[in-house]
Ligand binder design. Structure first.
Ligand SMILES: Cc1cc2nc3c(=O)[nH]c(=O)nc-3n(C[C@H](O)[C@H](O)[C@H](O)COP(=O)(O)OP(=O)(O)OC[C@H]3O[C@@H](n4cnc5c(N)ncnc54)[C@H](O)[C@@H]3O)c2cc1C
Length: 443
């Protein structure tokens, strides 16, 4: 059993069960996946116990759990038999992609089986408007396949090596979100899923039936493959600009977020965070940084906006490698680099609202050493309010002050389902009646 998480959230609603008959399950799985398809070796267990929750000083100090067994399906056909066996043995199943989720949702809270999907990497089809792949396919590989076909994904996360299944189940947004919103807003055309029942089979869900599976952290079904949306490839330019003042950079980013055609990504940082990013002559030390992927058709306008606001265009770069590189400097990544530059010092809160720009100084004053990373979202600015960590209580004490400033706050220091939780709980009650799919995800 895991120790209760300390800090800002209670452990209420935690089901009272252990890992089930793991030895019996190991016997059952041998003929399904072979000896190389399962492991209980310490190295495999350690690897399956980790994710990106190290970004939270609160979650990192907690014992989030460890599996007893890890299973590596190598064909989509074996997923349903694996699930049937685990459910019959009463063993919890935590489905794992690349393990980049940053809230501990891929760490098995009650032990049991980790279903590692990273061997299911096939891209199985591509049309003018969609790409189909197995759940373990990397987002970067889907984007590359799309470019090879004159298309682009509607969106992909800054963790470009993460998996399709993991992004759909645990992620929310990324490069492309300025145009298309979040990943539960029509990105998915269909999914093939396995539910947590003792007669589980592969089930195909399309359109409106597929959407409810998105952002459910593997508690309502295991995504085995999916078809997601593409659009025609645009001529993208990756532009790096710098400003003497953070406020000018943020105000300009807000203006740039509305140029048409809309940018694919748009991020801004003050000098402290910019200096923590990987060395690049286009990210000038001591200056604020604005980075955007812009349609070639609006480059003149973009350059005018930057120079009129007192900024400098430092570089303009082409091609998929540059697009991917710029994406990896967006969303949670600047915070990740900040934490790498100053180990153990900073925490972050996810924030949304134009006050991140309009009341920047006040927002940064909420936390000791406060420093904001800014992103353009779908019609609204959002970002990370980073501060120097003192205690879990201090982290939550800042929330009313941020709210007062007009900012919506989401805490990344929690392990539970937080989007539409009542709906997901009702869905999971149907698709996982024994509560064995990634259990312990309810407040
Ligand atoms: C530095 C950093 C930057 C990040 N940037 C972004 C970003 O730009 N946008 C964003 O949305 N997120 C971001 N994240 C969060 C995370 O990287 C993404 O959500 C990522 O897409 C998750 O994919 P994964 O393969 O690593 O999934 P995992 O971490 O392995 O799993 C995530 C969740 O999905 C479940 N899951 C995994 N695979 C399946 C499946 N096949 N079926 C059902 N459930 C499954 C897991 O049980 C878990 O609950 C970031 C995280 C970090 C640490």
């Amino acid at each position: 059993m895991t120790a209760p998480l300390f800090g800002v959230h209670t452990d209420a609603g935690r089901p009272d069960f252990g890992p089930g008959d793991v030895d019996g399950l190991a016997d059952d799985l041998l003929p399904i996946v072979g000896p190389r398809g399962i492991s209980s070796l310490p190295r495999a267990i350690d690897r399956a116990s980790r994710d990106g929750s190290g970004m939270s000083p609160i979650l990192s100090a907690a014992d989030l759990g460890r599996p007893d067994l890890v299973c590596y399906p190598r064909t989509v056909e074996v997923v349903a038999p694996i699930v049937r066996a685990a459910i019959r043995r009463g063993v919890p199943i935590t489905t794992r992609g690349k393990g980049t989720g940053n809230y501990g949702q891929v760490v098995p809270r009650f032990g049991g089986l980790v279903l590692d999907m990273t061997s299911l990497t096939d891209i199985t089809g591509i049309t003018a408007g969609t790409i189909s792949a197995q759940a373990g396919a990397r987002m970067i590989n889907l984007e590359q396949a799309a470019w090879n076909n004159g298309a682009q994904l509607w969106m992909y996360p800054s963790t470009v090596q993460s998996t399709l299944g993991g992004f759909l189940a645990g992620g929310s947004a990324g490069t492309g979100t300025i145009v298309h919103g979040r990943n539960h807003q029509g990105f998915v055309e269909s999914v093939d899923v396995v539910y947590g029942t003792d007669d589980a089979e592969l089930i195909h869900l399309e359109g409106d039936d597929a959407q409810p599976m998105v952002h459910t952290y593997g508690v309502a079904g295991i995504i085995v493959s999916a078809t997601v949306r593409l659009e025609p490839l645009q001529d993208w330019k990756c532009l790096y600009a710098s400003f003497a003042e953070q406020q000018d950079a943020f105000t300009t980013a807000q203006v740039l977020s509305k140029v048409e055609p809309l940018p694919r990504i748009l991020s801004a940082d003050g000098p402290l965070m910019a200096a923590a990013l990987p060395d690049d002559p286009a990210i000038v030390k001591g200056r604020a940084s604005v980075r955007g992927i812009f349609d070639a058709r609006c480059m003149e306008q973009v350059t005018d906006i930057i120079t009129t606001a007192g900024g400098r265009v430092e570089a303009v770069r082409d091609g998929i490698a540059q697009s991917i590189k710029m994406s990896t400097l967006s969303y949670n990544h600047p915070t990740w680099w900040l934490q790498k530059a100053y180990p153990g010092k900073y925490f972050h809160m996810e924030c949304m609202g134009d006050a991140l720009v309009d009341k920047l100084d006040e927002v940064q004053a909420v936390y000791d050493g406060g420093v904001v990373h800014l992103e353009a979202g779908h019609g609204q600015m959002f970002g990370m309010a980073n501060g120097i960590f003192h205690s879990p209580e201090q982290v939550m004490e800042g929330v009313p002050a941020l709210t007062e400033l007009g900012i919506a706050v989401h805490s990344p220091h929690q392990w539970y389902v937080d989007l539409d939780a009542d709906r997901v709980k009702a869905l999971a009650a149907q698709t996982d009646p024994k509560g064995l799919l990634n259990p312990g995800r309810w407040m």
